[in-house]
Design a protein around this ligand. Structure first.
Ligand code: NDP
Length: 268
């Protein structure tokens, strides 16, 4: 039976754009109270006002997920205002997609790990005790197909998203018997602001992802809301990445050969 999201308290990180922003609107449409968390507070305030005007419930809280004090304040403010967190959508993240030697150690490598992996773990660590106390809750972690398929120029991004997958699977097995559900979301390319932050690598200039494989942000957000209504272990989007993931595992030599050929062409 589907879970009714009306009245659920949903905390969403990375809520100022892309999947997070669309998920805020869709959860609010379902009657949930939504807490938006990200750094760009003005953008979130504008959406909070739109939701409130339409009769929905939302609030925005500024957070940099690399900052422990911000995370503590965020969770404290949600608990003070709503008394609980039913659903945590750990979505904040970005990708710097380039050859490893071209990545800046601090800006690209450390920060990517700090936001995508450590930040997600720290937010979960801060929220989980409140869910354990009540014996219920749902943690939905945003990974990527890059959490299954490690392509050239995705080295650090894939490391963070493989990490999110490992964290998600281990945590699910740890807390399921305490009433907490844990799901992983693994989307392929989608049209969001993500592409504005990936950098200008030679592969980005030469190798364009065809438009027809690119999902809309709203579609991904809609599927996340579906996972909240019908909890499941994982969701790979679009579905045809499932056989690709299987092929990558079953025939690693062929997969290596294809991807090394791409690297040879663009890695000058
Ligand atoms: P966007 O760039 O549109 O959204 C990223 C969100 O993360 C923004 O709200 C941004 O808010 C937030 N964010 C970034 N850094 C921080 C930080 N330090 N602290 C708090 N929030 C932060 O991209 P998407 O919507 O595409 O990305 C959402 C998630 O989906 C990411 O985890 C991404 O890796 C993943 N993903 C994206 C895919 C795609 O093709 N678009 C495919 C697969 C996965 P602000 O800057 O205001 O802090």
């Amino acid at each position: 039976m589907a879970i009714d999201l009306k009245g659920k308290v949903v905390l969403i990180t990375g809520a100022s754009s892309g999947f997070g922003q669309d998920a805020v609107r869709l959860f609010a449409n379902e009657g949930a109270s939504v807490i938006m968390a990200a750094r760009r507070i003005e953008r979130m305030q504008a959406q909070v006002e739109r939701i409130q005007k339409a009769g929905g419930a939302a609030m925005a809280t500024p957070v940099d997920v690399t900052n422990k004090a911000d995370i503590e304040n965020m969770v404290k403010s949600v608990i003070e205002n709503y008394g609980r967190i039913d659903i945590l959508f750990n979505n904040a993240g970005f990708g710097r997609i380039d050859w490893l030697e071209s990545l800046d150690p601090a800006r690209d490598i450390e920060t990517q790990i700090a936001v995508n992996l450590t930040g997600l773990i720290e937010v979960t660590h801060a929220v989980l005790p409140h869910m354990l106390e009540r014996g219920s809750g749902h943690i939905i972690n945003m990974s990527s197909v890059a959490g299954w398929l490690a392509a050239p120029t995705y080295s650090v991004y894939a490391a963070t998203k493989f990490g999110v997958r490992g964290f998600t699977d281990a945590l699910r097995r740890e807390v399921a018997h305490r009433g907490i559900r844990v799901s992983g979301i693994y989307p392929g390319p989608a049209a969001t602001e993500f592409g504005e932050h990936t950098g200008q690598s030679s592969i980005k200039k030469g190798f364009k992802i065809p438009g027809f494989v690119t999902m809309t942000s709203e579609y991904v957000a809609r599927r996340v809301v579906q996972v909240a209504r019908h909890p499941r272990r994982s969701l790979v989007l679009p579905w045809w990445f499932v056989p690709l993931i299987w092929l990558d595992r079953a025939f690693p030599t062929i997969s290596d050969w294809i991807q090394i050929s791409v690297s040879k062409k663009y890695h000058s």
